[in-house]
Write a protein that binds this ligand. Structure first.
Ligand code: ADP
Ligand code: ADP
Ligand code: MG
Length: 708
């Protein structure tokens, strides 16, 4: 990897020289539309992030919220907050423009997603006399279609992936084009985004199936099913360039980002600079990105995405995102600039604060940065989104080199109406290796209880040798599947910690003072020393329970000492205390001290110990299950997340095979096919098309063996 030397002295000097001083001089000279009040047409972390910079400049912000977002952080962040009502109202452009006018705003910042790449909205803003803080609507329109943008790029001399992006949508014709390109091919919705409406076709036999499935997803997500076909690059990297242009003809590249670590064609780790990229290719890719922006008379922040062929070293234009990206903080870390501030400067008619040469110097000095997207999702169940109440949330300590952009605090709800991203964690280091190490450490400090998250998975990537070596590609996760998905069962001490947590928390509660401080010890165990027993199971991440539980006995032997017995093995004389204010159980075992954050939600227990999360559940002892007649309900297929039923593929009486599609559901704009877990006969379809169902609700019931 490229050696990066960091000069504290110089970067400090550059930092001081830039934002404020330059802004006032450039803007004063050429400003046409000063912004004093801006409406933020977005939600979550991006709404907060935009608000932060706006406030720094004394720009008043108005935020919007919907019913499910009424108590959310972005809604609370400004004294000016307007309720839009129903969950989808963030897409109601006309209403938002109306509100901006009523609120006396001069500009609208669209963030990312939602209306950010909607040319009609941008045009209407302009027509209403509002500054759209983004590119001119014509540039959005030109880049909004993956097919039209390809034509423009080819004309501008920017290399494009071989493929067909014409208007003939006859399935037979598309298939002929696929044959010409040569398999494997990729089908893409020309209006697509967020990894949706995309399917790989490996063989001609599966062409029509994949085409229908891509079209259906595109229709649901973008209301348009026009497809393009292109060569599928088998070992690609995703490399993109952050560009910025002003209305005075200046256009710069603020370095590149490698976003190859993806699931479902969606990024989860992004870094800058791209590892192992030859300097001449780096310069060339920046140059092509600038050419792409200039070709559409771009203004403001944009990202030109390229697919880089690891086998040949060639790169091709993929698309241009005409907005601020989710991963823009990576670029802010390596350039020391605030890109929202740049957006405001450009929107006001000012000049770009730095030249290309100045940017290059910054990048050479500031090392490497990497971002991890923290999602409420389950990597072990094909990254299925999760939602629900955030019972506990502890973030790493922020610093100059550790940044957290979050939209939630403990007690907030991750709503199934929106994207399940909880936060972004961005770190910087003098080298890539140092940045990765810091990321791992910060992830170990990150505690989230409630919905399942990808944090444990991200930690595994941080220690994955090929990732550390910089050998990345978009198929990284599939390729390293075994390494990344090896289960790590909890050590016996974790069960002991859980049982001690339960026992001491029960004591604290029975003391009548659940917030007792200093730490509660066994003093309140009642008269005489007691013994308590628990049966605890690990919650299987992949939803497949092994059914075996661990028996733990806690026997009090002194005022704050216990014998903890896990599956028959005893840790004698463990001194333990529980602090209700920090939810921490601290225990001194004969061989080690362990401190765990302990969160109990009914029968569910979440522990964070030595930087690792364990999810456990209290279970009834076997004899009690028998006595109570608890019945196994494996006979129905449950909704894995809150969702809407899109299609039902079976009916009562149907004989189905293992993995046969049963129901197609939609959650957070994503389609998921629910497949049969085994061979069997359908008894009853519980929910029909259009039903909204909660996680854990039965979708389809199988007929009992006996009834067959
Ligand atoms: P980036 O390239 O910045 O990672 P993505 O393409 O992943 O951006 O999308 C950014 C955000 O916008 C994500 O939250 C994604 O869910 C959302 N998004 C992208 N395209 C659409 C769309 N057409 N409709 C709704 N949301 C979208
Ligand atoms: P979106 O608008 O959803 O972001 P993109 O066109 O940017 O769609 O592609 C998203 C991801 O899909 C890329 O980052 C890459 O991983 C993969 N991809 C796109 N085009 C190709 C291709 N021709 N060959 C292989 N992978 C591709
Ligand atoms: Mg993209």
């Amino acid at each position: 990897m490229r050696a990066i030397h960091r000069s504290k002295h110089l970067s400090r000097k550059l930092l001081n020289a830039s934002p404020h001083t330059r802004r006032s001089s450039t803007v004063a000279a050429s400003s046409t539309k000063p912004l004093t009040s801006v409406l933020i047409a977005n939600r979550g972390e991006i709404a907060l992030r935009v608000g932060r910079t706006a406030s720094e400049f004394g720009i008043r912000t108005t935020t919007l919220y919907t019913d499910p977002d009424a108590r959310s952080q972005h809604a609370l962040s400004s004294p000016f907050a307007v309720n839009l009502g129903e969950p989808s109202a963030y897409l109601d452009g006309d209403r938002i423009i109306q509100i901006a006018k009523e609120q006396g705003c001069q500009g609208i910042h669209p963030g990312y997603g939602f209306l950010s790449e909607n040319p009609t909205f941008a045009r209407k803003c302009t027509e209403a006399g509002l500054t759209f803080i983004g590119p001119p609507w014509k540039a959005i329109e030109a880049m909004g279609s993956k097919s039209e943008s390809k034509d423009i790029m080819i004309a501008a001399g920017v290399p494009c992936i071989p493929g067909y992006h014409g208007s003939n949508q006859d399935p037979e014709h598309l298939k002929d084009e696929a044959a010409k390109i040569g398999y494997p091919v990729l089908l893409k919705a020309v209006k697509g985004g967020g990894g949706k409406g995309m399917r790989i076709v490996n063989r001609p036999e599966e062409f029509f199936d994949q085409l229908n499935s891509a079209k259906s997803e595109a229709r649901n997500s973008f209301g348009d099913e026009v497809m393009l076909v292109e060569k599928y690059i088998t070992t690609p990297r995703h490399i993109e360039v952050q560009v910025f242009a002003d209305s005075h003809g200046n256009c710069v590249a603020l370095g590149e980002r490698d976003c190859s670590i993806q699931r479902r064609h969606q990024k989860i780790l992004e870094e800058s600079p791209a590892p192992h990229l030859k300097e001449e290719i780096r310069q060339d890719i920046w140059e092509k990105a600038r050419a792409a922006a200039l070709a559409v008379k771009y203004e403001g922040a944009g990202t030109v995405e390229f697919i880089f062929d690891n086998d040949t070293g060639e790169f091709f234009f993929m698309e241009m995102n005409t907005r601020l990206q989710v991963e823009h903080p990576v670029t802010e870390m390596v350039t020391g600039e605030d890109l929202v501030r740049w957006q405001l400067i450009v929107a006001e008619g000012g000049k770009l604060p730095l030249t290309q040469q100045e940017i290059e110097q910054r990048i050479a000095e500031r090392g490497a940065a990497i971002e991890a997207r923290i999602y409420a999702e389950n990597p072990d169940m094909n990254f299925i989104p999760d939602s629900g109440l955030l019972l506990h949330l502890k973030k790493p300590t922020p610093s100059d080199t550790v940044r957290i952009d979050a939209g939630f605090v403990a007690g907030d709800e991750v709503s199934s109406h929106y994207d399940p991203m909880i936060a972004k964690l961005i770190v910087q280091g003098p080298t890539r290796e140092a940045a990765i190490q810091k990321l791992r450490a910060a992830l170990e400090e990150y505690e989230v209880a409630g919905p399942i998250t990808n944090i444990e998975f991200l930690k595994k990537i941080c220690v994955s040798p090929d990732f550390i070596a910089g050998d990345v590609e978009t198929g990284y996760i599939q390729k390293h599947h075994d390494e990344l998905f090896t289960p790590e069962p909890p050590a016996p001490e974790i069960y002991a910690q859980a049982a001690l947590g339960l026992a001491l928390q029960e004591i604290a509660a029975s003391n009548g003072d659940p917030f007792a401080s200093p730490p509660v010890t066994a003093a309140g165990f009642g008269t005489g020393y007691q013994q308590r027993g628990y049966n605890i199971v690990e919650i299987p991440a992949d939803g497949k329970s092994t059914g075996s539980s661990t028996a733990v006995q806690i026997r009090q032997t002194g005022p704050s000492t216990f014998d903890a017995t896990v599956d028959g093995n005893t840790y004698p004389s463990v001194t333990a205390s529980f602090s209700p204010s920090s939810n921490t159980i601290t225990a001194f075992y004969p061989h080690t001290r362990l401190a765990s954050t302990f969160i109990r939600d009914g029968d569910r227990l979440t522990l964070f110990t030595q930087g690792k999360q364990h999810r456990l559940q209290l279970s009834l002892p076997k004899w009690a299950e028998k006595a109570l007649g608890v019945k196994d309900v494996t006979n129905s297929v449950l909704a894995p997340m809150p969702c809407k039923v899109l299609r039902v593929e079976v009916k009562g009486g149907d004989e189905v095979g293992k993995d046969q599609p049963l129901v197609v559901i939609e959650s957070m704009k994503m389609e998921t096919v629910i497949r049969s877990p085994h061979d069997g006969v359908i008894g009853r379809v519980v929910h029909g098309v259009g039903d909204i169902v909660k996680a854990g609700t039965a979708l389809v019931e199988f007929r009992d063996e006996a009834e067959k």
